[in-house]
Design a protein around this ligand. Structure first.
Ligand code: AMP
Ligand code: MG
Length: 409
């Protein structure tokens, strides 16, 4: 198609670059641990205290002086009076007198003078006095203060993602907040006078609106937040009203539809077809997803995607997902690429980068194109787990060729 046009089209790489520059990171913010989950740290975390905080018992048992248990055997236990009971949470400072034992629970502070813990399993569990059946060596079953973290150590680094374990560590160090790169806030708008919401009756000539729920889900999957979703008919006033209502609360606006070459292209019409209003419309040398646009609305970045559902989601994958993830500081903004062997010969239009939906079988390392290349075949995308990326200059890829495919799982 339009071989002569291709020279005027923007390359996929160039459009990725421009979208990447348009979507900007939010300034760092200090948020509760709960809100920090999954985000990227903007600052290092330096331990304000040591972990363990104090010497404590690693076992339920008895705190003793190791030498007092030296002769103990199962046949000839050593008997010691139990002079204190130390559950977890006891805060007074205790001293162990020679020739005595303190009953102690896991995590409780080891009394001064004690050099070992005898596990309860090696005793009769006595309360007034205890029979110790096994001798203890000095230091046994004592967790020393600072052996996990010394105060002042950098324990988490800027750029690291906040995992459940990172949250646990921050809490253990007494932090109730972390400084992170906040999630991007995205407004999703579908356009088209033929669109009605699922769950309502369908009139002749109407179709169910599917892009907004799909793209909102894709936005959330990147770790970003959906400010709102909305649908406007092919009516500039309606479309503008949605922008006015929500755009100021968004870091990014994503629209679908209304950017092709026909009449009633509401997104193009709203911004002036020549890009006079800060949004430029371009053809990108790709299939699906050729008509694209981007710019700013009152300072907020906007990316305008084509309306066909497959084009919309593939364009989101190729342009928006990596840019959003980069803006949120994720160390892995791109989908992982997997080497796989193509099971059948596929063809691709000259001069366009083709993204084919595919099934990757990771047990055999085979990849099979899945469904036709046209951009309305949503059914196939819904069950695909990979994208085949066929370069612009390639018109045919033979069965048996090894390729790198995008792993969508
Ligand atoms: P457009 O880009 O507006 O010309 O739309 C291209 C095709 O995608 C048309 O067949 C539309 O009916 C369809 N389409 C556009 N937007 C949506 C949507 N939100 N949900 C489902 N189909 C859509
Ligand atoms: Mg339309």
């Amino acid at each position: 198609m339009a071989g002569t046009d291709n020279g005027r089209m923007r390359s996929v790489d160039e459009h990725q670059r421009v979208v990447g520059q348009t979507i900007r990171a939010r300034p760092a913010a200090t948020v509760s641990l709960t809100d920090a989950q999954g985000l990227v740290l903007a600052d290092d975390v330096v331990a304000r205290l040591s972990l363990p905080v104090f010497d404590n018992s690693a076992m339920d048992g008895y705190a003793v002086r190791a030498e007092d248990t030296a002769p103990a055997t199962p046949e000839h236990p050593v008997v010691l009076p139990v002079t204190e009971d130390i559950p977890s949470g006891r805060i007074d400072t205790l001293t162990l007198q020679p020739g005595t034992a303190h009953r102690i629970m896991t995590g409780a502070p080891v009394p001064t003078g004690a050099t070992a813990i005898v596990p309860v399993e090696a005793t009769d569990g006595g309360l007034g006095s205890v029979q110790i059946r096994q001798h203890a060596t000095a230091g046994k079953h004592i967790r020393r203060a600072g052996e996990d973290v010394a105060a002042g150590t950098t324990v988490l680094q800027a750029g690291q993602r906040v995992t459940p374990a990172a949250l646990g560590l921050a809490a253990a160090l007494g932090q109730s907040e972390l400084t992170v790169i906040p999630p991007q806030r995205v407004l999703v708008i579908s356009t088209g006078s033929e669109l009605v919401s699922p769950g309502t009756p369908l009139q002749p000539g109407h179709i169910y609106e599917s892009n907004s729920v799909m793209l909102a889900a894709a936005v959330r999957e990147t770790g970003a937040v959906v400010v709102a979703t909305g649908t406007a008919g092919d009516d500039v006033a309606q479309f503008r009203a949605l922008l006015e209502k929500y755009a100021s609360d968004a870091d990014l606006i994503v629209t679908t539809g209304g950017v092709s070459a026909g009449a009633y292209e509401v997104v193009k019409d709203a911004f002036g077809r020549e890009g006079a209003q800060g949004v430029e419309f371009v053809k990108v040398a790709m299939q699906p997803g050729m008509p694209q646009g981007l710019g700013h609305v009152s300072g907020t970045p906007i990316v305008t995607l084509p309306g066909n559902p497959v084009s919309a989601l593939v364009s989101f994958e190729v342009f928006i997902r990596p840019a959003l993830r980069r803006a949120m500081g994720f160390p892995d903004p791109q989908r992982p690429l997997r080497a796989a062997v193509l099971t059948e010969t596929v063809t691709s239009p000259r001069g366009k980068r083709q993204f084919r939906r595919a099934i990757l079988d990771s047990s055999t390392g085979h990849v099979t194109s899945y469904g036709p290349p046209a951009s309305h075949h949503l059914r196939w995308l819904a069950s695909a787990n990979a994208l085949l990326e066929i370069p612009e200059h390639v018109e045919e890829v033979a069965a048996g060729t090894e390729l790198l495919v995008w792993d969508l799982t």
